[in-house]
Design a protein around this ligand. Sequence first.
Ligand SMILES: Cc1ncc(COP(=O)(O)O)c(C=O)c1O
Length: 398
Amino acid sequence: MISMKPSKILEAMPPYLFTKINALKKEAYQKKLDVIDLGMGNPDHPTPSYIVDILCDTVKHHKNTHRYPQAKGMPKFRKNVSEWMQKRFGVSLDPENEILALIGSKEGIAHLCMAYLDRGDYFLVCDPAYTVHFNGVALAGGKVYPMPLLEKNQYLPDFSKIPQKIAQKAKFMFLNYPNNPTAAVVEDNQFWREAIRFCKKNNIILISDNAYSELTFGDYTAPSVFEFPGAKEVCLEFHSFSKTYNMAGWRLGWVCGDKRLLYPLEKFKSFIDYGMPTFIQLAGAAALKGSNSYIKELSQSYEKRMLKMSDGLEKIGWRAPRTKGTMYVWASLPDFMRKEGSLSICEKLLKETGVALSPGAGFGKCGEGYARISLVTHDRRFHDALLRIAQFTKKYQR
Ligand SMILES: Cc1ncc(COP(=O)(O)O)c(C=O)c1O
């Protein structure tokens, strides 16, 4: 066997957040432990049947969809995205030039970094953040400048704390609200206006990752960044089918924005992929024409789970405020556990009780002391998960 090292960049990367947790989960299953998996944000609800039916029908009866697809997205897909953005946010996008289909937004975000970054370029990334926001930058050889998301600031970054020298060097700023992992939402639209102003002033592209735009609770509705004046000049926005339509395994999303900002990604992707299979794009196009009541019911289901988990955790000493969106609860570990670190606590919890959570530290330094709970198991399992976490907490304290 020859010996060959991977690239220095890859070698320097720590293993992906879920690699360790998945290995422990496998171990737990082998030991016949009853695992309650609240780790990965992997929706448990099935894809709605009207979408599955379109896929099956298309694959069976439209053989031309078996050929190579149109990489940037077929016209019908881009048209339906444009109509959805208009109907949902009142935002006008030219389907021909301002929408690009993606193999899920994770792929798009990682490749956007590669399309734009030169070695040593700075990116402004929230800490904690969805992992591809910082891993995408690192894989492209860029430098992450972390913007802390602190509880006392409602998990919003403070732009005034970014040194001018860094702002001048930065190419991108990533924002993601409703937020993974903190589940924070932006309630004051002034925040978006400030972000746009900051990016315009410093010649930075503002990336809005809007994967959870539809998963919001009560009266709260999430905006698109393009609803705010001047956004088109500096912003790109990512959307995903994974959470809105429970299509995580289908791998479909889109990015939209001005043609000039979008084009480098389209060009980059043209060298490495052929885009999404046409039948998946057609099913996605049909999904966007579905009824709003399905999305409302989905959000209500997450809200119910959030209330159960959040209130239950508060009762046993884990601070876990109620949220207004996403499919997560961001829980602060009790003080007596914090010293040990979130990774070790989550490992012990999984080994001893079978409950899998995501350690906050996996999302960035500022995530230390927290755990993310994904609300992705059957409703009746949450009670059991809470009981086990309560027992673990009591035993730990003794
Ligand atoms: C903030 C955020 N963006 C993007 C994604 C990935 O979405 P997709 O499945 O479309 O790649 C996720 C998945 O968890 C996410 O949390």
